[in-house]
Every structure is written in C-alpha cells, then in structure tokens.
Design a protein around this ligand. Structure first.
Ligand SMILES: CC(=O)SCCNC(=O)CCNC(=O)[C@H](O)C(C)(C)COP(=O)(O)OP(=O)(O)OC[C@H]1O[C@@H](n2cnc3c(N)ncnc32)[C@H](O)[C@@H]1OP(=O)(O)O
Length: 400
C-alpha cells in the first residue's frame, strides 16, 4: 500500500505544484510577475497532485485537438509539468499519477494524450510511443540565398510582442494542419507569451501576407555568442506556413536581417524543404534530429477509426494494452477504415508501439525488425507499411 494519495488540485494549490515541477527540472520557482502570467497556462481542473502528506508529485493536462492522417481532428490532452520531489522518486509516485491521469482522460472522452518527454526511458511503460520527430537546422546567413525560381509574391510584416500574441494565434488556426499538428488553446499561447517575456532579448514576430490574407508567421530572437557579442545567432521558433510562398517569403526576410551570422530553426518537420529553396543547399545544415511528441492512444477504437489509410490489402492487428485493457484486442485495418474484429491477427503490438505507427512516423516493418512488432503473417507487415504510411511527414511544431 502506498503512503500517498492522489487528488485533483484546487486553484490555490497550482503555484505550489508549479514550484515543485520546476524544481524537479532544476528551474527556480516563478516569481510573482512570472506566476501571474504562467498561471494562465493552467487549465482549471487539469492538475493532480500526490500528497504524502505534503505535495510530493504532480502532473497536469490541457485539452486540445490533434490532426490525424487524412485531416480529421480528435480530442487530445496535452500532458505536461510532470515531476516528483527528488526525495520521493522511485517509490511509485509517477506510476500512480499516470494511472489516475489516464483514467481521468479516458473518462472525459480524450482519444489520445500527447507529451514531450524529458527522458526517453520514462513513458513507454505507460503506453506512450514516440510518434513524431523533428530536426533542427542552421543556415549560414552570409553565404545563403534563396533560388530565383522559388515562389514569391507576398509581403512580410514585422510585429512587436504585444501584436504577435494577438495575430499569430489567429493565423495559426487559419492554416491547414498536417497530421501531428494540434490546436493551440489559449492556455498554451499564454505559456509562450510568458516564456517570451521572460527572455532578456526581445522576441519579434513576422507575418506573411499572401494573396488570400495572412498565411504564415515566425517568431524569432537574436542572441550574441558568449565572449563574442557581435557574432549573432537568430533563433527561429513557431514557424508555420500555409503556402510555399509564405515559407520562402519568411526565409527571404530572415536572411535579410542585418547583424546576424547564423539562423537556427529548431524542431522543424523532417521534410521541410529548406535545402531545396537555397541556391547552395550546403549553406543549410541539419544540427540534430530529435524526439518530438509521444502519443498515448487512450481510445484505440476511435483513434484507429479517425485516421485514413493507404491502399493495401487489409491487415488484422492485435493490440495489447495492460493499463487500459478495454483497448486490447483485434482491429481490422483497411483502406476504408478500421474496426474491431475477432479474426486471427497478422501482427501483434503493444499500445505504445501502435502510438509510434499511428501518425505514420515509423514503418511497422522497421519496428518488426527491431522486435517491437510480432509478425504472424509476413504479408501483413508489408501491407501495414502502406496502410499506416503518410505522404507528408507528421509533425507537431508545438511544445509544452
Ligand atoms: C511530460 C513531462 O512533464 S516530462 C518531465 C518529467 N519530469 C522530470 O523529468 C523531472 C525529474 N524527474 C522526476 O520528477 C521523476 O524522476 C520522474 C517523474 C521522471 C519519475 O518519477 P518516479 O516517482 O520516480 O517514478 P516511479 O517510481 O513511479 O517509476 C515508475 C517506473 O518508471 C521508471 N522510471 C522512473 N523514472 C525514470 C527515468 N528517469 N528513466 C527511466 N525509467 C524511469 C521506474 O524505474 C519505474 O519502473 P518500473 O515500471 O519498472 O517499476
């Protein structure tokens, strides 16, 4: 029996939960000004705490919607601010928090939960699988130019921070969302605003206006290098575009900003065509490829029914989910959709591995080669690659 209890936190307990979480990731507590902003990032009723008897662990979520392959949007929860006090770790507190939270999410009709993991070894045991990846790349500004034939035509407007947080949320919702992208509720924009205002260097925004109105934006900040204050790096974040001319137009503008040596764009889609728009593709370098969203399918039948599939022979997949056993069982996946079945399965996998293939990021055959998908029918894994594959790389671009 555990010596702690889990319950939902009241509004007046959220600051203590924030302080505890920040301490677990080695951040100082928010001061009064910062908490005033940050508290707006907390969804009412979305935080839980472990008490033993004082607060020793916490986790929270907020509601959003996730775009799945084919364009449908499903209810998702963004899970974040998970931490256990250092003197109470490895005693089952996280497991208890995750168990209660998953029950809460299932009860409120959430189809999937997404998170960004501090360490890769933590969340698989709770059914989360690495579902999207991103890359960070840098561009040598002095030697980079956009190719002449790259689409152009729009205009770029420079905004200050106040305007940025009025305009960018509106533009974001106008854009077509690729699979893996999520809606950004007000609480999330408040979180980004709080982060931007905390920085000593100013954050600015660019909005691209195309022929049908605003169709892209980027936030950026310029930092000097340690010991070399005039060697400047421009860091791009929150770059979203709805057309090739918006992507190229924003990059043309960024490349034209004076007193910048290098432009770094973090957490970009794996298939973003930066190399293709540069006159010399070697002026753009990939710094790293990294984890992005981990997805936990909370309601497997709804999740599988919501997405579209490629054209291949039907496959029966057996899913194993010890934490939410209602998800366990066979599913028949066809180009027309997915439904439960009692037919013999060609593939067997746990719910975390299903999270890895759900948005098309990993091929079932690659996971089979790694021993993570059990293949009972070799033809099934070939078909599953096509059924679950996506034309465009899935990507979120939203951190929390
Ligand atoms: C979405 C986000 O917010 S990401 C941020 C996560 N928070 C942090 O990284 C802050 C620093 N770390 C912590 O606060 C804690 O160590 C936590 C939250 C990661 C783990 O909390 P704990 O209460 O120690 O976990 P708990 O004791 O319930 O362990 C559950 C299982 O996870 C394993 N586990 C716990 N932490 C880790 C880890 N960092 N790496 C690998 N495995 C881990 C345990 O060994 C245990 O394994 P088992 O299922 O085989 O028994």
């Amino acid at each position: 029996m555990s010596d702690f209890e889990i319950r939902t936190l009241d509004a007046d307990e959220l600051r203590a939960a924030s302080d505890l979480f920040r301490d677990t990731v080695h951040f100082r507590p928010a001061d009064d000004t910062e908490w005033e902003r940050l508290s707006r990032a907390y969804q009412a009723g979305g935080s839980i705490g472990a008490f033993g008897p004082e607060l020793i662990g916490t986790a929270r979520f907020f509601d959003a919607e996730l775009t799945v392959p084919g364009g449908a949007r499903v209810p998702m929860a963004g899970v974040t601010s998970v931490g256990v006090r250092a003197d109470r770790t490895r005693q089952g507190v996280l497991r208890a928090l995750m168990t209660v939270q998953l029950e809460q999410l299932a009860a409120r009709g959430v189809v999937c939960a997404n998170l960004l993991a501090s360490e890769a070894g933590i969340y698989g045991r709770f059914g989360y699988g690495l579902a999207t990846r991103s890359r960070t790349y840098g561009v040598d500004r002095h030697r980079a130019a956009v190719r002449a034939e790259v689409p152009s035509g729009g205009e770029v407007e420079l905004l200050d921070l106040d305007r940025a947080f009025e305009v960018c949320p509106v533009v974001y919702e106008r854009l077509e969302h690729r699979a893996g992208m999520m809606t950004r509720p007000e609480v999330l924009w408040r979180f980004y605003e709080s982060q931007a205002r905390r920085h000593t260097q100013p954050t600015k925004a660019l909005v691209h206006h195309g022929s049908e109105g605003p169709d892209g934006f980027a936030l950026y900040r310029v930092e000097g290098s340690a010991g070399h204050p005039w060697t400047k790096t421009l860091e791009v974040s929150h770059l979203f575009t709805g057309s090739p001319s918006a992507f190229a137009g924003l990059w043309r503008f960024l490349l034209g900003i004076d007193l910048v040596d290098r432009i770094v764009a973090e957490e970009r889609p794996l298939d973003e065509p930066i190399e293709l728009i540069l006159a010399d593709h070697r002026r753009g370098n990939v710094d790293r490829v990294e984890d992005e969203h981990w997805v936990r399918l909370v309601d497997v039948p709804r999740a599988l029914a919501a997405r579209e599939y490629g054209h291949a022979a039907p496959v029966v997949v057996e899913v194993v989910d010890p934490l939410l056993p209602g998800n366990s069982g066979g599913y028949r996946i066809t180009p027309e959709g997915a439904e439960r079945t009692d037919e013999a399965a060609g593939l067997r996998l746990d719910v975390a591995t299903l999270g890895m293939v759900y948005l098309g990021t990993w091929r079932p055959s690659a996971l089979a080669e790694a021993g993570r998908v059990e293949v009972r029918d070799p033809a099934a894994v070939v078909a599953a690659d096509v059924l679950f594959g996506t034309r465009v790389a899935s990507w979120s671009g939203t951190y929390f």
